[in-house]
Write a protein that binds this ligand. Structure first.
Ligand code: COI
Length: 354
């Protein structure tokens, strides 16, 4: 741990906690009593503060609102039965955050603000971590430009914040996915690997179109041939063919390097599966389905954890699955949840004690 930078702490006089039901809580709708805020001004991080959760004021000319220099992360904290609290792989998200920052021409956030600030914030709001299985405290670090100017240029000033939201599972039920072959999420040389706010904005129209057709999410394909799988909505994707789990490789920066994706690859290997990170086309998926070799399809993400996919539609081909019969992805989810909740050994040191 690095030395803690001076963090000014102002505690809330009252807590909202008693009015919140921490069981069956929907994703991202409730926020804890405190938040962390820091400013990047004149080339330096300053004003690192934990204070009561409250609105922030900004000028209508705030550059992030106009040109979208804004990035974020999603991380989760868990409470173990003995009351100890842990964050899942925070350093991996910290690294990815600064990779996103670099791509979006934003400053690096130092470890003593990102990790130590987040740790301190969670320590203060520890009672908000749900102890119920499949529930956690979702941590949302984010940074946005704070210059007040309409000229198009990278901002000189930024704000970094962390807010916390107790949550249950993001997608509770198996999902129906529409394989997208017109709209595009990412292209080589673009910003697909960055967790940039604009990537999510750019996905909304296609997602709404898929919803109109009765699907929950799109499966993004490559921008050139619309053939190779990229991300599954806001998640990384896995298909199990025979005894092999295949996930699209990170390519030329078109896929977010998911921390859950990496975790799931490790767990799958420990379960005895062969794991391949490589280009996989929708034709290969359809062929495996036709031969009865396509066993399971699922998405992974911090918010989603593991989401089973019960239907995949590509053009006029509909592939339906009986997810109740699946053995692999439910077992991956069980193992991951047990490690996070402290019921199974954390042999990879994924859990960071608060
Ligand atoms: C996450 O899994 O943390 C995500 O970023 C998805 C999200 C936008 C809800």
């Amino acid at each position: 741990m690095v030395a803690a930078m001076d963090i000014l702490i102002t505690k809330s006089e009252t807590s909202k906690l008693r009015s919140v039901d921490l069981i069956n809580i929907p994703f991202g709708k409730q926020f804890t009593d405190h938040m962390l805020e820091a400013d990047y001004i004149d080339g330096e991080w300053k004003n690192v503060e934990i204070k009561p959760y409250q609105p922030i004021s900004m000028s209508p000319s705030n550059a992030a609102l106009h040109y979208g220099q804004s990035i974020f992360e999603g991380i989760k904290a868990y409470k173990h039965e003995n009351g100890e609290a842990y964050i899942f792989r925070p350093y991996d998200n910290f690294k990815r955050f600064n990779i996103s920052a670099e791509r979006m021409q934003m400053p690096q956030v130092p470890e003593d603000i990102f990790i130590e600030g987040m740790r301190k914030l969670i320590e203060i709001d520890k009672d908000w971590i749900p102890a119920h299985t499949d529930h956690s405290l979702y941590i949302r670090p984010f940074m946005f430009a704070s210059d007040e100017v309409l000229g198009v240029k990278s901002s000189d000033n930024y704000k970094f914040m962390v807010i916390l939201s107790p949550t249950g599972p993001y997608y509770a039920a198996p999902m129906k996915i529409y394989v997208e072959e017109h709209y595009v999420r990412a292209v080589a040389g673009g910003v697909g690997y960055a967790k940039a706010a604009g990537n999510y904005a750019a996905a909304m129209y296609a997602t709404a179109e898929a919803k109109k057709k009765g699907y929950d999410q799109v499966l993004w394909t490559d921008a050139i041939e619309h053939k190779y799988l990229q991300e599954f909505g806001m998640m990384n994707g896995f298909v199990i063919i025979g005894n092999t789990a295949v996930t699209p490789d990170l390519g030329e920066g078109t896929i977010l390097a998911g921390v859950t994706r990496d975790t799931v690859m490790t767990i799958l290997k420990e379960m005895g599966l062969t794991v391949e990170e490589r280009a996989i086309s929708i034709d290969e998926v359809m062929e495996a389905f036709a031969k009865g070799e396509l066993k399971e399809v699922f998405g992974t993400g911090t918010a989603a954890t593991i989401s089973l996919i019960k239907e995949l539609r590509y053009k006029d081909t509909v592939m339906k699955f009986d997810t109740d019969q699946w053995k692999i992805s439910p077992e991956v989810k069980r193992r991951l949840t047990a490690i996070r909740e402290g019921r199974e050994a954390d042999t990879h040191e994924w859990m960071y004690k608060i």
